[in-house]
Design a protein around this ligand. Structure first.
Ligand code: COA
Length: 438
């Protein structure tokens, strides 16, 4: 059968496609903006037909409707990462969470550690050779398509066509549901004065010719903004946003000093506005590779002058970083933080740095401030980056370089970048904790 015949014979409505999902199936959604909104909506509309369908995915900006309490008998949400749309289900007990390093997810699918019944994804219409494109995600999405027993795709002509590990032949997909809709846009957050201060300390740690991994949010955006004075930067990052596009347009990113994938920005997915999606369309400067390549510490280790910048929620005196939980509450996920922190410390040129940036305080619901630098991590919190892996912590009060430092030296350095109103209290805790003078 030629590809046109395959495609035509597998076209159907969203309702018919999700009608193939059976009670008890595990449904994995393509990552992030690769998730297919029309299929998810149809699956939720069809909730009554299911009992105990497990819905699994990493970061999602979608409705997360399947994780709501009203559907707890129909769906069981199992997050590989969680966010505002799904977090409550874990807290209230009818959802759950699976801790995992991002780079290992494709391997989990491939080796059957996490078997997939149904994979749902968004793709472009096929090209003249019968290949669709996953557009804004490569990450675990490509392996999801390979490993699932059934692959359902929303065909959306608004997706950009990108280069790298993003092509999939129509024969690999079992049902095509044509729904054209704009790709969700995630707009940059304007950095406040604190974010700008943190960014200044981070920018000081980045040399010309560095290869960067940087995440999403006000602080990363402020850092990227501050880098326009640098030369020959390169991108090897889990993701990029519009901020990186702005920096690229200043000429500061050339990707020419990179030891890996010279001349190209390599990412595993991206998030942004239509401007970024238009930039990515048929653009050979950008390459999307699967996450078991991009985030694998062995790949990261081969990047020259690597600087990895991620965020944390809490750091204890020993330098243990909590980034994905607040006490027992699962707040987000491990994502690629440890992949890059480990890769940076293994770099073959010995120049890799990993920065955990964070505001020195967080605001509680009643408005009172708490220190993010603490003697002990919150009861029930999970360590994301361990004390042996941690490198540099940056707050709006400076940078604490922790590698090679003793426990007491670490605590002193961290108290030095804590919010001034907590420093006396922390110094007292130091004396109790270490039985020594601060
Ligand atoms: N105690 C209690 N609450 C805290 C806290 C602490 N120590 N630190 C932060 N919070 C609260 C904040 O008040 C805020 O509350 P809100 O949601 O009610 O506004 C919330 O937690 C988020 O804090 P913030 O500091 O604004 O975090 P963020 O939105 O910048 O996200 C991470 C930071 C760490 C959660 C996020 O980067 C992450 O999930 N990282 C792990 C994965 C990763 O690093 N992947 C690689 C990146 S590509």
């Amino acid at each position: 059968m030629n590809w046109q015949a395959i495609y035509e014979s597998r076209k159907c409505s969203a309702k018919d496609a999700v009608g193939l999902i059976k009670s008890g199936d595990r449904v994995v959604l393509a990552h992030c903006l690769g998730e297919p909104p029309a299929l998810i909506q149809a699956m939720v509309d069809n909730a009554e037909a299911y009992e105990g369908v497990e819905v699994m995915h990493m970061l999602s900006f979608g409705s997360g409707a399947y994780s709501r309490k009203e559907y707890k008998n129909n769906f069981r949400y199992n997050g590989l990462f969680t966010s505002a749309n799904t977090r409550l289900s874990i807290e209230e007990g009818y959802g759950d969470f699976t801790p995992v390093f991002f780079h290992e997810i494709p391997g989990y699918f491939k080796r059957g550690i996490i078997p997939i019944d149904v994979f749902m994804v968004q793709v472009t219409p096929p090209d003249k050779h019968g290949f669709c494109n996953t557009g804004i995600v490569a990450d675990y999405t490509m392996q999801g398509i390979e490993s699932a027993k059934l692959v359902l795709a929303q065909v959306n002509d608004r997706l950009p066509v990108t280069y790298g590990d993003t092509t999939v032949h129509v024969s690999k997909i079992d049902r095509f549901v044509e729904v054209s809709e704009p790709i969700m846009e995630i707009f940059p957050v304007e950095p406040d004065e604190t974010a700008k201060k943190i960014a200044e300390y981070c920018v000081d740690l980045i040399d010309d010719g560095s290869t960067l991994q940087i995440g999403i949010g006000a602080v990363p955006d402020a850092i990227v903004k501050g880098l326009s004075c640098k030369k020959d930067l390169g991108i090897h990052s889990e993701l990029i946003t519009d901020a990186v596009l702005d920096l690229y347009e200043t000429g500061a990113i050339t990707n020419q000093a990179k030891s890996m994938d010279k001349g190209k920005m390599v990412v595993t997915f991206f998030i942004g506005t239509k401007r970024l999606y238009d930039f990515a369309d048929y653009n050979r400067v950008l390459e999307l590779r699967t996450v078991d390549y991009v985030n694998h510490p062995a790949t990261v280790a081969r990047c020259s002058n690597l600087v990895s910048i991620n965020a944390g929620l809490e750091v204890d005196f020993m330098g243990q970083v909590v980034s994905d939980s607040i006490k027992t509450r699962q707040y987000s996920g491990v994502g690629g933080q440890v992949d890059f922190v480990r890769g940076a410390s293994m770099t073959l040129d010995g120049k890799g740095k990993s920065i955990i940036s964070m505001t020195s305080t967080a605001k509680k619901k009643d408005g009172t401030l708490i220190s993010k630098i603490v003697p002990y991590i919150g009861h029930g919190a999970a360590v994301t980056t361990s004390r042996c892996d941690v490198d540099i912590i940056v707050t709006e009060y400076g940078a604490a370089k922790l590698k090679g430092k003793t426990l007491k030296q670490r605590a002193r350095a961290l108290i030095g970048i804590a919010h001034p109103s907590f420093r006396d209290e922390l110094a007292e805790e130091f004396e109790k904790r270490f039985n020594a003078k601060f």
